[in-house]
Design a protein around this ligand. Structure first.
Ligand code: TXA
Ligand code: MG
Length: 329
């Protein structure tokens, strides 16, 4: 199959209308979309990604009023989030309408809904005239794509259409929030933080243990580059830098070889000097934005170990640590 690459959302929308799948940019990561009402089309997404059928998709809309096409009711907790953060990098879970194909929701009684703010995503959904079900446009298990080259790496000539646009503004997937109950429960942290949600409802929480099948996606391995991901604390409580074990007691040639195969991403400038491939991020938002991009760069360069600096689990640091821990598992 030849992939049609276009920068015209109307062209990509024709594929969606014809029951085909198309990748497209959003402000979080690129998505791989299909008409949410067309079960056969939605199933093509699962096949292309190699995604387990019980991992449900997010449905993307261009108008707030379309929420009622998808959900039975908009709960008070959802209302607050929608009015504050739609369109944006946030997804709400609500009880689904009967007409939604089971393939979209992985057989659940709930549905994930997001209204992206990116211009191209909006135009695509509007031109297609239907809500678009879309997971991230990566092969199942690999890091989410933050630019169109990443999508081509995973899917060139394996999907019918790719709508190209700018690199993702946020670089991490949306914050997924269960709004079916009285108070919001964050199932997947993202750029919209728990602290921000708590300003709308002080009883909002972040779900830490995924014992129930609340968020099916959380049980799967995710975001992993081919390289080994190791999390490190750059400064311990005594303010000393952590030593990296493998480099001790090695002859210098061997040290050099090891160094070439190791990379570092984090905030600490001095620490980073020890590695061949380094990304020092000047803020947590840049760390979030560049993380998946860096993972993919490291794989291209045949890096064997990526050392990632741990950050405090607050603000967007929570989302960064969530992705790092999954990648390191
Ligand atoms: O930013 C994003 O969210 C991107 C862009 C393309 O919108 N999409 C994305 O989709 O990351 P995906 O499929 O990679 O992740 C969707 C997450 C999964 O963890 C899935 O299990 C969860 O949302 N999810 C979807 N529907 C759900 C539901 N009804 N209940 C609980 N979790 C749900
Ligand atoms: Mg994904």
């Amino acid at each position: 199959m030849k992939t049609t690459i276009t920068n015209d959302p109307k062209v990509a929308a024709e594929f969606i209308k014809a029951g085909e799948i198309a990748a497209f940019p959003t402000e979080t990561v690129y998505g791989l979309g299909a008409d949410a009402f067309n079960e056969k089309a939605v199933k093509k997404i699962f096949t292309a990604k190699g995604r387990p059928a019980d991992n449900p998709l997010i449905v993307h809309i261009a108008n707030k009023k379309d929420i009622l096409l998808l959900a039975r009711e908009i709960t008070p907790s959802a209302k607050k989030i929608i009015s504050k953060f739609f369109p944006g990098p946030v997804t709400v879970i609500l009880k689904k309408n009967e007409i939604i194909p089971n393939a979209v929701t992985g057989g659940l009684d709930t549905i994930a809904i997001r209204m992206p703010s990116g211009r191209l995503a909006k135009q695509l959904i509007k031109s297609a005239g239907v809500p678009i079900a879309a997971p991230s446009a990566n092969l199942s298990g690999s890091p989410s794509p933050t630019n169109f080259m990443h999508v081509l790496r995973d899917f060139n000539n394996k999907i019918p259409c790719l709508l190209i646009g700018p690199s993702a503004k946020y670089g991490l997937e949306s914050t997924v929030i269960d709004c079916t109950g009285k108070h919001p429960v964050i199932l997947r942290p993202g750029s919209i933080t728990l602290e921000q949600i708590k300003k709308l409802d002080k009883h909002a929480v972040l779900l830490k243990k995924f014992t129930k099948l609340k968020s099916p996606g959380q049980k799967y391995k995710h975001y992993s580059p081919k390289a080994n991901v190791k999390l490190i604390t750059v400064h311990n409580s005594k303010g000393k830098s952590e030593k990296i074990k493998i480099k001790l007691n090695e002859p210098s040639e061997r040290q050099k070889e090891i160094k070439q195969k190791c990379a570092f991403i984090g905030l600490d400038k001095n620490f980073g000097r020890r590695f061949e491939k380094v990304l020092i991020c000047s803020s947590l938002s840049i760390y979030a934005k560049k993380l998946f991009w860096f993972f993919r760069q490291c794989d291209e360069d045949n890096i064997k170990i990526i050392y990632c600096q741990k950050v405090d689990e607050k603000g967007i640091g929570t989302a960064i640590m969530n992705r790092l821990q999954k990648a390191a598992n």
